[in-house]
Design a binder for this molecule. Structure first.
Ligand code: DUC
Ligand code: ZN
Ligand code: ZN
Length: 470
């Protein structure tokens, strides 16, 4: 089927211009100046015509950090690949890259097959995987090379969670050396987990067990220290490094210094670190703050982390906005940590709201329209070997296209979201702008408030090497 999207403003990382988009089957075949003969003959022929007058036409969002069904702290993230990928689609995201997990003592290959099995036949949109290496040893190091040739081209390590996922400096350096040899990207959860665990024990011993203490013991200095250490190790190991869920000014400063020297060091942040805070959210009285327990943690408003991160996004010190979507219900999940914040499952759900929340940054004068698209779609695709199949409206690219209505206002609520959660960290957030239509490889899956897709529409993506490295 041929589809003509006409009358809208097409936004790419390089600019925003009125244009028509012609789609044939699953693929974009042309981006045309308004009033072109080609568009006119398509409209007069058999093409389906979508009127995008007054709308932004943007490449579907690419969220490179999600955790569907993640086992954590004795429970599982509450979105399955089916419910979470569908919620992503509702919010204008047409590709996710989730994390397959090799836990300590497990075999990487078996773990990957397990995660492939969870996703296969269930996703509403296209999906790929990074691999968490929770046990760096000779076997997992060798397996990294095989995975790269199979389309898993990035590996996440943890400097946090001792006894669970933490890799020590020797293991980190080994994995970086391996990545240096096979061209893959090392992704790092950069927090000093050994120091954090000591502070957490001390806080609990003093009777400080409320959710806010989760943030207070995960000191910003311990994020900066780990970020600095990861950067230096990456230099020694000669591997590209991508810091995940960067939350604080000090860590940002470390990334900015490395980038100013031309290093292949990159970082993402997430909407929660741009809008939510200790004062207004994590520190809510009683157990309410548990909804906002995630790691890295929310930071304070008064120390200006939010403003610094927005600036980092403008300056390309931060290259990507992802969500770290890791939802847990309050009931029976977050509640596991009543009386001891250490037992609260870490994570915030937000895969549905990233495009809207970052668009608010455009309205607030923090970002330009092209930068919105670059941060949420184009650069994540380039960073993780999906470009130009994903992340751009151009001939030959997959027809993953969102029509975004800048003139519609609405309010986020647990009553209107599509994530499998009994609360929303974004409850009451007023949004200007709305995802109206979502096309995934040429198929309309969201249309004016209706979901038209089905589980299994999404394909597995074998990713290439990053095309973002200098
Ligand atoms: N951080 C979270 O908040 N949840 C899952 C894992 C992580 O690193
Ligand atoms: Zn992490
Ligand atoms: Zn994560």
């Amino acid at each position: 089927m041929t589809t003509l999207i006409t009358g809208g403003t097409v936004i790419c990382a390089t600019g925003a211009d009125p244009a028509d988009v012609l789609v044939d089957g699953e693929t974009i075949v042309a981006v045309l100046a308004p009033g072109s003969d080609i568009a006119q003959s398509a409209a007069e022929g058999s093409a389906r015509v979508i009127d995008a007058t007054g709308k932004y036409v943007i490449p579907g969002g690419v969220d490179v950090h999600t955790h569907m069904e993640l086992p954590f702290g004795g429970t599982f993230a509450s979105d399955t690949f089916e419910s979470g990928s569908r919620a992503a689609a509702w919010g204008g995201t047409t590709t996710i890259v989730d994390f397959a997990v090799q836990a300590a003592g497990e075999n990487v290959r078996d773990s990957l097959e397990n995660w492939m099995g969870k996703a296969e036949g269930n996703c509403a949109i296209d999906y790929g995987f990074h691999m968490i290496i929770g046990d760096v040893n000779d076997e997992s190091l060798n397996e990294m090379d095989n995975l790269v040739s199979e389309g898993i081209t990035s590996f996440k390590l943890f400097m946090a969670y001792p006894g669970v996922f933490l890799s020590d400096d020797r293991q980190i350096l080994q994995a970086m050396q391996q990545a240096s040899g096979n061209g893959s990207m090392i992704m790092m959860h950069a927090e000093n987990g050994i120091a954090i665990d000591l502070l957490a024990e001390q806080a609990v011993a003093r009777g400080e067990t409320d959710p806010v203490n989760h943030g207070l013991v995960r000191r910003a200095e311990l994020e900066s220290e780990a970020t600095h250490r990861a950067i230096q190790l990456a230099k020694v190991g000669a591997a590209p490094l991508y810091i995940v869920h960067l939350s604080a000014s000090g860590a940002l400063e470390q990334v900015a210094i490395a980038r100013s020297k031309g290093a292949n060091v990159f970082a993402e942040t997430c909407p929660q670190y741009l809008y939510l805070s200790v004062e207004d959210h994590l520190g809510l009285p009683g157990f309410a703050g548990a909804a906002y327990v995630c790691s890295t943690p929310l930071r304070t408003k008064h120390e200006h982390h939010h403003a610094d991160l927005w600036k980092g996004l403008r300056m390309n010190e931060l290259s990507v906005v992802s969500t770290d979507h890791c939802p847990f219900c309050m009931k029976e999940q977050k509640e596991l940590g009543i009386g001891d914040f250490r037992a609260i499952p870490n994570g915030i759900g937000g895969v549905e709201h990233r495009m809207d929340l970052i668009y608010q940054g455009v309205l607030q004068g923090e970002l330009t329209l092209p930068r919105w698209v670059e941060l949420c779609s184009t650069t994540p695709a380039r960073m993780f070997g999906l470009y130009p199949q994903k992340g751009v409206i151009a001939p030959g690219s997959d027809a993953d296209i969102v029509l975004y209505d800048p003139n519609k206002s609405w309010t986020i609520s647990v009553d209107n979201h599509h994530m499998n959660m009994d609360h929303s960290a974004w409850e009451g957030f007023e949004i200007e702008g709305h995802v109206e239509t979502v096309m995934s490889r040429g198929q309309i899956i969201i249309d004016n408030g209706a979901y038209l897709g089905k589980a299994g529409d999404g394909n597995y993506l074998r990713r290439g090497l990053s095309s973002y490295l200098v």
